[in-house]
Write a protein that binds this ligand. Sequence first.
Ligand code: FEO
Ligand code: CA
Ligand code: CA
Ligand code: CA
Length: 660
Amino acid sequence: MNDQAPIFKTSQLEAADAPPRNMTANPTMGELIGARFSRRGFLQGSLAVSAIAATVSPLALLTAQDAKAAGGSAFSFPEVEAGIDETHHVAEGYDADILLRWGDGLFPDAPEFDPTAQTAAAQARQFGYNNDYVGYIPFEDSSEHGLLVVNHEYTNPHLMFPGIVTLAEGEMTLNPLSKEQVDIELAAHGGTIVEIKKTDGKWAVVKDGALNRRVTVNTEMAISGPAAGHARLQTNADPSGKKVFGTINNCAGGVTPWGTYVMAEENIHGYFAGELPAGHPEAANYDRLGIPEGSYEWANFYDRFDVSKEPNEPNRFGYIVEVDVMDPNSIPKKRTALGRFKHEGAESIVNKDGRVVFYLGDDERFDYVYKFVTAGKFNPDDRAANMDLLDEGTLYVAKFAEDGTIAWLPLVHGEGPLTEANGFASQADVVIATRLASDLLGATKMDRPEDIQPNGVNGKVYVMLTNNTKREADQVDAANPRAENAFGHIIEIAEADGDFAATTGTWEVLLKCGDPSIAEVGSTFSTDTTVNGWFGMPDNCAVDSLGRLWVSTDGNNPTATGRTDGLWAVDTEGDARATSRLFFRVPVGAEMCGPLFTPDDETAFVAVQHPGDGGDDWEGFGRVSYYEDLSTRWPDFDDALPVRPSVVVITKQGGGKIAV
Ligand code: FEO
Ligand code: CA
Ligand code: CA
Ligand code: CA
């Protein structure tokens, strides 16, 4: 959710609207630089050089000839017109078909979706709510048959349940949820693993797929890695500190090189309520994460979500969860070695030395960019040998310097300030309170790090920074160059010597987002970018097998940008660098998640999240949207059905690679 978005009782609310959590005194880079010289004066004195450097890197210039030979942009498709209405729009010449909707059955015995008589038992056999991350795990390298894995990040009760909204003078209040409704929420969270197949050019769900599975808040999971079994993770229900039920607020994620599905636990704070006992040792740790925030009502029925009753339960959430999709009875594992924070995603790449590097964003204003480097090497010939690679390795947090270099600082117990005297008696303490450890290391406070994507074709890494309107002028630094950053930016990292495991590298801003026609916004889209092509609030991203960057957004709406969220194609090479074009846009109220391309680049999957959540600022609706009075009934447009978050599959009419 974006600062300007109309929001109501979502788990996203806190990330966007609460006070920033990082109150440490680490100086921003701007403060350091301000002490040395005035950057503004420097820029004015070398304007000609800076104007080029701001948008075109020397490396990009090297590849300009290649891009020119290909006609400038690496993408070819007729651009969609930006705007807003009740439905989705895709580039002309492409089909955008609904593949999976909230409530669709995933098993032969799954009940038909009936929103007026929904049950938790039915929901646990159906596609969950608010699809976010989408991954594809091919069968035998096929781009036409495999498993789709999808996160279900959160629930919107006002859009899901009939009869719970009261309107008074245009303001919405919710009746308390019943236990059955809370249980439906638990079953609508988590993830879906489902077999899909393309036949005669059209994708369909294989309902009797042997590997189909729902992961929910009731799924048994194991806790592994440095924090497993630690006293800070022990509860009345689990004195072992190694067994937990469920995963929550799974935002983006990833598919590992060995074909497992990783789910990031992001805004965990909203699920916990109650008051921590006075003087409890977790107070600082929880405060740094905003726990408890209490926007969900689960603690009314389940003691474990009440921190006054189970004060350690929150320490069992906020991790990267790994699921072995090839065994539908496998016990997912919370991989604590990758740290505990508001994990956005976990995209990875096999390094040239065989180790695997995961890039991790902590999505909150003024929080950090991380990466995890496995200790062991990926074995492409032995899947089983890779299954615990995520338990051992080194977690690093990023420090972006004004001179365009980056340092990856190891979060290792006993190194630097991470000592018992500072509250870190073991690596378990480091991972359980990752943010506090990173504060001590002096990491760079970023503008809400979202998806981070390594690009195996050009060797770069792309960091989506969605926005941060709370950054003040004296907190600006080179990596977060705008005060009141309403529209976000994208950073491109080049690791030293193309070694993704390197502890140093260089970086530059690929793109500052926002409307280029408004000078004060200071966006840096190329001049080839059309009125439809610019966007704000980059969130998820993908790199296709041609190495091209696709960016999806969260927070565009009539008030913020006069357009909906969507999927944009963003050039990174040559003269076309920082040119963006709109390929797909979502219905009113929705956010664009996914995206994901099959290995042959002939299919794109995108996730339309929380459609109909908003519309009061759209002239086509102009009032509060809720179950009985929705700004859109996408995708069914049936008066008997509510709006339904859905995964959309995009293919080129007549076949072929997308945008080629
Ligand atoms: Fe769930 Fe950071 O978006
Ligand atoms: Ca977001
Ligand atoms: Ca996101
Ligand atoms: Ca991604």
